[in-house]
Structures are given as structure tokens and as C-alpha cells.
Design a protein around this ligand. Structure first.
Ligand SMILES: NC(=O)c1ccc[n+]([C@@H]2O[C@H](COP(=O)([O-])OP(=O)(O)OC[C@H]3O[C@@H](n4cnc5c(N)ncnc54)[C@H](OP(=O)(O)O)[C@@H]3O)[C@@H](O)[C@H]2O)c1
Length: 248
């Protein structure tokens, strides 16, 4: 669902075959059926829980044993929990790190060698504007998205001479239901909330131009760029103010 579904729809519209991954098999099957019949493409469904450390290898093995070559890996699955870090349940902390960081890194590690050998394709990592600095109220989430950004930056340089692209897309707040699922009251956010399609269009364009990082809107780009002119402390305080979670 959300940004991942928007990626699936856009790549399907462009005629790409797809492998869809998430936990909700019913939703995946409905989407796969719709995209197959509308665009005449092949759509495989791989129902996996990415918080399970073994799931990336099962996904890779599923593709390998079915003769599927992955040209573009979109690392999009992610979760968060709004609120002060000291109150976060430990199991939620483990889950956020497992999905947002470990699963993404494992998938990249598994699929990158084949892309490197083919001399084409690449990875789109869905990070966040929140990964540009710590965000009070979203401390662990923003740390996992910083990880996504720095991992993407280093991988981009490691593979760029092999015809492989690696991009981090850094959206602001997106209207997908993600905020409600994380317990983040959208009415306290002091930034515009925009659509998943904007993220997807900007990410694919940036990927095709082999950019390292992409900020989907002008405001996202301005917020990221403006960090150069303020102290780190001010950048962190402002990010907390925009998120609106921690009141003080
Ligand atoms: N929405 C925003 O404001 C925003 C802003 C910046 C960045 N992002 C990032 O964009 C990405 C997508 O966010 P979204 O807004 O599209 O969120 P979403 O609507 O909540 O969708 C999250 C997707 O990840 C899948 N997923 C979650 N946990 C999973 C697990 N353990 N195993 C397998 N799949 C899992 C979900 O499917 P199942 O539940 O079926 O597994 C769902 O398809 C995330 O990485 C998020 O951090 C979002």
C-alpha cells in the first residue's frame, strides 16, 4: 500500500514486470490481478514479513528459482512510532530497526551483485526528509532514515562505474495512512502533506538521471538545502517543530 503501491502502479504503467512484497497477501493478490489485467505484465506475489531476518534470502531465492532477474529493487517497506523515545516499547524498537534498516540492507546486499554483473539496474531506497537530522518525537525513525541515506550514498559511489544506480529519495510528509498507523496526529504537522505519486515521479526521474539523493518537492529541497545556513541545533529544533510531536 502507500508509496510502494504507487511505485508498483507507475512501473506497471511503464510495462515493467513486478514482484510485490508485503505481509498482507490478500491486498497483494488484488493489486497483482489488477495490474496484470490492465497492463498485460507479469506480477509475482511474495508474501513476507521483513522483520524476519530470513525473509530477504527467501525473496532472493524465490526470484532465483523462478528465473526472475530483478532490474530495480525498491526498498520501500517501513514503519515508525511517534512519541518520545524513552516510552517506546522495546519490541517496537526491534521491529523498526529490523524492517527499516536490516531488511533493506540485506535485500541490497543480495540483489546488488547480480545488477553489478549485468552492468545495469539499481536500487531506489525510500528514506525521508526526517533522515537529514534527528527529529525529536521520531528519534529512532529519523535515525533509520539517516542510515538509508548514508548507505545509499556510499553504495552509489561503489557501483556507479558498473552501470548500476543507487538513489535515496527523501520525502516530507505523505498522505498514505502511514502517519495514522504510527500514532502521528496529522493535524499537529506544520508542513504540507502531499501525495505518494509525487514521491514516485521524482524518485524514478532521479534514478534515471543517476542522482544520489532526491527531494520530491521544492519545499523539501529548500528545507534540506537551508540546513547549510543554520546550526545543527537549529536544524534539529526546526525538524521537531515541523513534526509537532514533542511539545515544548
Ligand atoms: N508517509 C510518509 O509521510 C512518509 C514520509 C517519508 C518517508 N516515508 C517512507 O516511505 C515508506 C513507505 O511509507 P508509506 O507512507 O507508503 O507507508 P504505509 O502506507 O504504511 O505502507 C508501508 C508498506 O510497508 C509494508 N510493510 C510494513 N511492515 C512490513 C513488514 N514487516 N514486512 C513486509 N512489508 C511491510 C506494508 O505492507 P503490510 O502491512 O501488508 O506488510 C505497506 O505496504 C516507508 O519506508 C516510510 O518510512 C513515508
Amino acid at each position: 500500500m502507500g508509496i510502494g503501491e504507487a511505485f508498483a502502479r507507475e512501473y506497471a504503467r511503464r510495462g515493467n514486470d513486478l514482484v510485490l512484497v508485503a505481509r498482507s497477501e490478500d491486498r497483494l493478490l488484488v493489486l497483482a490481478r489488477e495490474l496484470r489485467s490492465r497492463y498485460g505484465i507479469s506480477v509475482q506475489v511474495c508474501t513476507e514479513d521483513l522483520s524476519d531476518a530470513a525473509s530477504p534470502e527467501r525473496i532472493y531465492e524465490h526470484c532465483r528459482s523462478n528465473g526472475i532477474v530483478i532490474d530495480i529493487l525498491v526498498n520501500c517497506a517501513g514503519l515508525s512510532r511517534a512519541g518520545e523515545f524513552r516510552e517506546m516499547p522495546l519490541e517496537k524498537l526491534e521491529e523498526i530497526v529490523a524492517v527499516n534498516m536490516l531488511a533493506s540492507a540485506r535485500l541490497a546486499r543480495l540483489f546488488l551483485p547480480d545488477m553489478n554483473a549485468a552492468g545495469s539496474g539499481g536500487i531506489i531506497n525510500v528514506a525521508s526528509l526526517g533522515g537529514m537530522q534527528g527529529v525529536p518525537g521520531l528519534a529512532l525513525y529519523s535515525a533509520t532514515k539517516s542510515f538509508m541515506i548514508t548507505l545509499s550514498e556510499a553504495l552509489h559511489m561503489e557501483v556507479k562505474n558498473h552501470g548500476v544506480n543507487v538513489l535515496a529519495v527523501c520525502p516530507g510528509f505523505i498522505d498514505t495512512g502511514f502517519l495514522e498507523r504510527t500514532g502521528h496526529d496529522a493535524s499537529v504537522i506544520r508542513l504540507p502533506v502531499y501525495s505518494a505519486d509525487k514521491v514516485v515521479r521524482a524518485a524514478i526521474k532521479g534514478f534515471e538521471k543517476n542522482r544520489i539523493r532526491v527531494f520530491p518537492t521544492l519545499l523539501d529541497a529548500l528545507l534540506a538545502f537551508s540546513q547549510r545556513f543554520v546550526s545543527r541545533k537549529v536544524a534539529i529544533m526546526l525538524s521537531g517543530y515541523f513534526a509537532g510531536i514533542v511539545k515544548r
